[in-house]
Design a protein around this ligand. Sequence first.
Ligand SMILES: Cc1cc2nc3c(=O)[nH]c(=O)nc-3n(C[C@H](O)[C@H](O)[C@H](O)COP(=O)(O)OP(=O)(O)OC[C@H]3O[C@@H](n4cnc5c(N)ncnc54)[C@H](O)[C@@H]3O)c2cc1C
Length: 527
Amino acid sequence: MNSSDETGIRDLFVIGGGINGCGIARDAAGRGLSVTLAEKNDLASATSSASTKLFHGGLRYLEYFEFRLVREALIEREVLLSAMPHISWPMRFVLPYHKDMRFESDTPTSKLLGVIMPWMKARRPAWLIRLGLFLYDHLGGRKILPPTATLKLKAAPEGAPLEARFETAYEYSDCWIEDSRLVVLNARDAEARGAEVLVRTEVTSARSENGIWYVETRDTETGAVRQVRARMVVNAAGPWVGDVIQSRIGLNSREGVRLVRGSHIVTKRLYDHEKCYFFQGTDGRIIFAIPYETDFTLIGTTDAEHSDPSEKPVCTEAEQDYLLNFANQYFRQTLTRDDVVWTYSGVRPLYDDGASTATAATRDYTLKVDRSAGAPVLNIFGGKITTYRRLAESALEKIAGEMDVEKGPWTAGVPLPGGDFPVDGVEALIAEVRESYPFLTARWARRLVRAYGTEAREILGAATTVADLGEDFGATLTEAEVRWLMDKEYARSAGDIVWRRNKLGLRLSADEIAALDQWMQAARAAA
Ligand SMILES: Cc1cc2nc3c(=O)[nH]c(=O)nc-3n(C[C@H](O)[C@H](O)[C@H](O)COP(=O)(O)OP(=O)(O)OC[C@H]3O[C@@H](n4cnc5c(N)ncnc54)[C@H](O)[C@@H]3O)c2cc1C
């Protein structure tokens, strides 16, 4: 086991508090390595809060023959679901079929079909979708999630919001994940196992001397500069992985990252049931429409090249129109920009595999150890939320090539904070919390259990009335919860809370959010 206590030298310095950095920090800390992680902004402030929020195999990747990735992700869905039944849950996806649906023209499948069935002219035949779903059902050792079914849309409630031309649909399983909470819970668990987690801390440079890294950090709030020594650096900077390679560490690496922006729009709830839609376009792309935060529908995503990571990704008007027009090909109701209540956008840091289009670039991950500076750096390219735990295991294999790591893989089946209850136990837990705290409304109790699982009770403590929870910030957000988020979950500003620790920003007014921020800054000053 590596210990840095006498020398002050850490085993690992992880750059980046997205899902990959936090997942690696947790795994490494649990194996006894000494770890410091620095995140320049808030945890999950970049790509890891801007995903479609699915633990999924990625049905469409089958058309790219990405069987390794799909199989790993399919198996992983259930491993993850069991370890975090509060922030992840099963979802059914309804895929309406129409004969005019087309492939993107350069997928291996569409090229193959173009040779053997040229008369299809890049249309996706129904048998191919059924074959894809058969593989999806069977590649990944599914035990918890129900299998594919066929729906007759004229009779099924899932057909009601759709245009009449859709008569048949296929329904399959994947899982929802609260992406930014996943990141924070990994960071908390890493810290509980001995890691140091620094937020608002930017890595400005790193140099190696006699096989040791000297990493310089700057506190982005106070400007304080600190130096940390480490045996190995893990570059999990997501969209900035290239920036860290070139500008912060100065490696002479040719590995590249391809930045692909993806945007989502949120509307008021568009239909009454709890299933998602998987819509295929005539351009070969797909989008999802997903029930979101009880009263909303989430629609996404786009695929657009994004050249500069320092340029904040936003959902452009053209992307909004694209998503609205796409959804309008399916829904009876016509959506316009007036229906959009919120948008968000993120940048996928994909490994540059030279693919022709953004849609075709691989979603698989690539880990590369670079020793050109003297001490080792592990650069992380690509990956998905779904494969973060497996990516961390692969990272630890690489790390074990550089130093002694005595413990083997351990994270499968180990619950994240608050996730220590049965995978089908959410309703029972909500009922128990309501019984102990009868002043909570059903919606409020559900929100707390979905966010904090068994830890909801710790937040509520000995409260017997709403007033016992302190200041009321609106939309069921109280001082007790805000203090928990500041003390235990690294929240520093109102934005950290209302857009990442929860999504109450959809319900709170700008004035309420500003008041929360003022309160938090005063509380921090008083601490
Ligand atoms: C639109 C979209 C939809 C997606 N949907 C899904 C999905 O449904 N399911 C799925 O499995 N995956 C999905 N993904 C993929 C997934 O979100 C990403 O692969 C994953 O979030 C990447 O995590 P990361 O930790 O590598 O990067 P990030 O989350 O971007 O984290 C990198 C962090 O490094 C920090 N950083 C950078 N430079 C420095 C520095 N110098 N010092 C300190 N910190 C630094 C940044 O601030 C950032 O927080 C989606 C991605 C997008 C964009």
